[in-house]
Design a protein around this ligand. Structure first.
Ligand SMILES: [Fe+2]
Length: 294
């Protein structure tokens, strides 16, 4: 108000959650005069929901109660203020948390732009429709069956979506060509992992996705691209996306071939494992998660 903030005051937990979902504020201040358990629960619910989890929460306590602070930290609170509080201190804390929130907002919108670019690749080529979603879904299912943790599963989901983002630099004449690519066209096409990696490099939040974007066309015998990595040097998540990418490309209609049956695609992957291109255990694990033939 006096400091230029717009302030809304609500009195019940449900009102806080409804207000934060409909018009997300830059900051929430929860006064612990409310029943304590309820105040912490509101904080926890705000931090659990993807749409509200980045809203900073300050909890105001009537005294420096260690128990309250611990409960607040467990609920995900970002800061605490003890009553009676110094208004200058309150203002300073609000300023710093709001500044942090602005950075997060900027990063989130930058990430949304990159994810949107991923979708445009698919939109340019009608024959690849649903490819990114299917890849993200296959890759995370395979990751789950291998017992990978949530961080890796998140990277597989986004990596499935963004793996071909570098194709934004491939002209339609090459991307949509109905026939064999010549040498120059192959070179242009094969640049897409490096271009994609460079695109994602500007965002630290995409760091875990970059190895997938760059290395999903590597082969374990070193005959892949762009870096000709061998065996263990090919990141596991990139190997996973590489396998599901080949499977999905074979089982969908493309400009250069019609969809082949599941068994044929599995056979191709198995042959690639025999040639030393793919990890046999990973290919077997992937075949294990495919639905049995109808
Ligand atoms: Fe690719």
């Amino acid at each position: 108000m006096r400091e230029g903030h717009h302030v809304s005051v609500v009195t019940t937990s449900e009102e806080v959650l409804t207000a934060c979902s409909s018009t997300p504020p830059d900051l929430v201040v929860i006064d612990l005069v409310a029943p304590r358990g309820q105040a912490f629960e509101v904080c926890r619910r705000l931090k659990d929901q993807p749409t509200t989890r980045f809203i900073p929460v300050i909890i105001v306590t009537s005294q420096t109660d260690r128990h309250d602070r611990l409960a607040g930290l467990h609920a995900g609170a970002d800061d605490f203020l003890s009553k009676p509080f110094d208004t200058m201190e309150l203002h300073a804390r609000i300023q710093s948390l709001v500044k942090l929130k602005r950075y997060t907002d900027e990063l989130e919108s930058a990430e949304a732009v990159i994810l949107g670019l991923g979708a445009t690749i698919e939109a340019r080529d009608p024959t690849t429709q649903g490819h990114c979603e299917r890849l993200a879904s296959y890759a995370t299912s395979l990751g789950k069956s291998l017992g990978l943790d949530d961080t890796d599963l998140g990277a597989l989901g986004r990596g499935g979506f963004l793996h071909d983002i570098g194709k934004i630099a491939v002209p339609d004449a090459v991307l949509l060509k109905d026939g064999k690519l010549d040498q120059t066209e192959v070179r242009v096409m094969r640049a897409h992992p490096v271009v994609g990696d460079a695109l994602c490099a500007g965002l630290r939040s995409l760091n875990s996705v970059r190895p997938i974007v760059r290395h999903h066309h590597e082969r374990l015998d070193g005959s892949g691209y762009p870096d000709g990595l061998r065996s263990g040097a090919v990141p596991l998540l990139a190997q996973i996306v590489g396998i599901v990418d080949v499977y999905d490309a074979l089982t969908s209609d493309r400009p250069y071939h019609t969809a082949c049956p599941r068994e044929e695609a599995v056979d191709v992957l198995s042959k690639e494992a025999s040639k030393g291109w793919r990890d046999r255990a990973l290919v077997d694990a992937f075949v294990g998660i495919l639905d049995p033939p109808a």
